[in-house]
Design a protein around this ligand. Structure first.
Ligand SMILES: *[C@@H]1O[C@H](CO)[C@@H](O)[C@H](O)[C@H]1NC(C)=O
Ligand SMILES: *[C@@H]1O[C@H](CO)[C@@H](O)[C@H](O)[C@H]1NC(C)=O
Length: 381
């Protein structure tokens, strides 16, 4: 916990003071709650989810998706895998016997841009007794409709086709339908009248629903529940990637021109031997269990954010990954040309994205990516 507070303070930078003084540093409980509030803010969450019952297992699809985009430490493996930075899953709320589904999307925030929405249905194996039926029919047509008027949803005017496809009668497993249009139409909750699914024979007749069956939220294992998966982007981005300066010295300035006096060199070395190591990356494990968030964060259990510590003594070598600006500042500082110029700061100069898989307030499972969470390397800036 102390490490966490230290991290929040540390983020303020190596020379500037925190601008806000609302944190009463005398009262540790106040510091703790203020620090946790700010950390939640970093994760884009207003209140930590409460009243989680957690009988539910996270959907396997979301776990697989998390494992595809994130490594064991939560760090993004391939930034191009997801178009946006948020994936939300929703379970059907009505558990109707007809193929009618209602999803409550109230947890989607206003600033989230809807990229894609999918309906995931688990098709069950047909009962083996119905072999005569399969001699006549090999495929069925599954159609997904946006319901415009629930009372008329069985009629053409009460619904609008979203997607349709042919599926082999005998198949079993997940079928995925695009319903992006529907979710965009539901920007106002009052417009959400649900989704209707119909199954027809190729002849056009209604297929026997005793034969073509889908898992429902009511009668089947929760791992096969109908699910809506929503891919969005909340527009939150980290600092636009820091310039990838080629290592080394800029234009005409070369450290040799400003060779330090032997004394100063000795002093710098002595300092380093005293334990003031030069700028480098050190571990900083953020443990969600310790913070008290392990109840709603599914993965990872914590992550190594790393932190940058150490001096940026003159002359800055290439291993310090200095910016041109830092090199000049270091020189001015060493020459004492101007009063009050500090030596450059040891800060992260490459930051990685992490992924969180968590339960939101409505017990939906969300996968979210956060930019600039892990220090990839440190440099003198
Ligand atoms: C959707 O969920 C929210 C929060 O859980 C709830 O306040 C709201 O009444 C729900 N809407 C419907 C239509 O059930
Ligand atoms: C080194 O510093 C000492 C005082 O600390 C000074 O007397 C001496 O002249 C300096 N030597 C050089 C080479 O600058």
């Amino acid at each position: 916990m102390l490490g966490l507070v230290a991290m929040v303070i540390f983020l303020q930078g190596c020379t500037s003071r925190p601008t806000e003084t609302t944190v009463n540093r005398e009262d540790p409980m106040h510091v703790r709650s203020e620090a946790l509030k700010r950390l939640l803010n970093v994760f884009g969450i207003e209140d930590p989810p409460h009243s989680l019952h957690h009988v539910k297992q996270p959907p396997q699809y979301m776990i697989d998706l998390y494992n595809t985009v994130a490594g064991a430490d939560g760090v993004t493996k391939d930034p191009d895998l997801l178009e946006g930075n948020t994936v939300r899953s929703f379970f059907d709320k009505v558990h109707s016997d007809q193929m009618y589904f209602l999803f409550n999307l109230s947890t989607v925030t206003k600033n989230e841009k809807i990229l894609t929405a999918e309906l995931h249905l688990f098709k069950l194996k047909p009962r083996p007794t119905e072999t005569a039926y399969f001699k006549r029919h090999h495929f069925c047509q599954i159609s997904v409709y946006l319901v415009l008027d629930k009372k008329k949803m069985q009629l053409p005017e009460g619904r609008k086709m979203l997607s349709s496809k042919l599926v082999p009668m005998h198949s079993s497993g997940w079928e995925v339908f695009s319903i992006t249009q529907a979710v965009r139409a539901w920007n106002d909750e009052s417009h959400n009248h649900g989704i209707l699914v119909t199954v027809r024979n190729l002849g056009g007749g209604q297929a026997d629903t005793n034969i073509i069956r889908f898992a429902s939220g009511k009668d089947h294992h929760e791992s096969k529940q109908p699910m809506l998966v929503l891919f969005t982007d909340d527009g939150r981005r980290g600092v636009v990637s820091m310039s990838n300066q080629p290592d080394g010295l800029p234009f005409a300035i070369s450290n040799e021109h400003y060779a330090p006096t032997p004394n100063r060199t000795r002093t710098a070395r002595a300092l380093q031997e005293d334990g003031h190591t030069s700028c480098q990356r050190h571990p900083l494990y953020v443990d969600f269990e310790e913070i008290g968030w392990s109840g709603w964060i599914i993965s990872p259990r914590g992550y190594n954010a790393y932190h940058c510590k150490g001096s940026c003594p003159f002359p800055l070598g290439q291993n310090m990954r200095p910016t041109n600006h830092a090199t000049v500042q270091s020189i001015i500082n060493a020459l004492k040309l101007t009063q009050g110029v500090n030596s450059p700061c040891c800060v992260p100069d490459k930051l990685f994205t992490i992924n969180l898989l968590y339960f939101d307030d409505d017990e939906n499972v969300v996968l979210k990516q956060y930019d600039d969470m892990v220090a990839g390397s440190c440099g003198c800036h």
